[in-house]
Design a protein around this ligand. Structure first.
Ligand code: MYR
Length: 216
C-alpha cells in the first residue's frame, strides 16, 4: 500500500505500525491511525520529552525518534506520502489540565526545492491566525537552526526558540519546541516550549501533541 488510507480501503481497521511504499519512494514503516473517517498517517508525536527535537535540517528531513514513542516522521517521507495531492492535516493538542483540542485543515507541502513549504489557502491561513496573508494564500517554508527560512529578517526563530517548524513570525505555533515537564517560571524559558498560540497562548508549554495527515 502507498499510505494508511489505502490500507484502510483494503479493509485494515487496526491502528499500529505498517510498512507502506509511496510512489517513487523506498518502503518504510509508519504509524497508522484508523478512524471512522479513514486511515491517517501519524507524522509527529510528543508526550514525555524522551526525544530531543532540537535537531538540524538533515534530521528533520530524514526523521528521528522512536515510532512507539516520540518521533518526527521526516519531511521527505511526508512529502512522498502527500505527493502532489491535496491533503488534510490534523493537529491534536493536550494541556496539563486534561483539556484536549483538535484541528483539521487542508494543506499542500512542497518538496525540498521549496524548503518543504506549507501552502495554505487565504481563508485557512486567516482562520489559523497567520499574521499577514496574501489573497493567493500563504507559502511558509520549514526552518531549523541551521537553515533559516522564516519570515523574520532580523531573527532566526528556530535558534531563539527551539526545534524545526514552519515558522513565520516566531509567535504563532511550534509543536516541535522543547518539552517541559512542568511550566517554567521564566517567560524566556517558556517561549522555547511546545505552543499553539490560538489555543492556550504563546507562553503555555503543552503536555502532548500529535500531527496526522490524510490525502484527500
Ligand atoms: C505567522 O503568521 O507567523 C505564520 C502563521 C502560519 C501558521 C501555520 C502553521 C501550521 C503548521 C501545520 C503543519 C503542517 C504539516 C503538514
Amino acid at each position: 500500500p502507498r499510505d494508511c488510507q489505502e490500507l484502510f480501503d483494503e479493509g485494515e481497521r487496526q491502528s499500529g505500525l505498517f510498512q507502506i511504499q509511496p510512489q517513487g519512494s523506498p518502503p518504510f514503516l509508519v504509524n497508522c491511525k484508523m478512524t471512522s473517517d479513514g486511515g491517517w498517517t501519524v507524522i509527529q508525536r510528543r508526550q514525555d520529552g524522551s526525544v530531543d527535537f532540537n535537531q538540524p535540517w538533515e534530521a528533520y528531513k530524514a526523521g528521528f525518534g522512536d515510532p512507539q514513542g516520540e518521533f518526527w516522521l521526516g519531511l521527505e517521507k511526508v512529502h512522498h506520502i502527500l505527493g502532489d495531492r491535496s491533503s488534510r492535516l490534523a493537529v491534536q493538542l493536550q494541556d496539563w489540565e486534561g483539556n484536549a483540542e483538535s484541528l483539521q485543515f487542508p494543506v499542500h507541502l512542497g518538496g525540498e526545492d521549496t524548503a518543504y513549504s506549507l501552502q495554505l489557502t487565504a481563508p485557512v491561513a486567516n482562520e489559523l491566525g497567520a499574521t499577514t496573508v496574501a489573497p493567493s494564500g500563504l507559502s511558509l517554508p520549514f526552518s531549523t537552526w541551521d537553515q533559516d527560512h522564516d519570515l523574520r529578517g532580523d531573527k532566526n526563530c528556530a535558534k531563539s526558540l527551539s526545534g524545526g517548524w514552519w515558522f513565520g513570525t516566531c509567535g504563532h505555533s511550534n509543536l516541535n519546541g522543547q518539552y517541559f515537564h512542568s511550566i517554567p517560571h521564566q517567560r524566556q524559558q517558556r517561549k522555547k516550549g511546545i505552543f499553539w498560540k490560538a489555543w492556550r497562548g504563546r507562553y503555555y508549554p503543552l503536555q502532548a501533541t500529535t500531527m496526522l495527515i490524510q490525502p484527500t
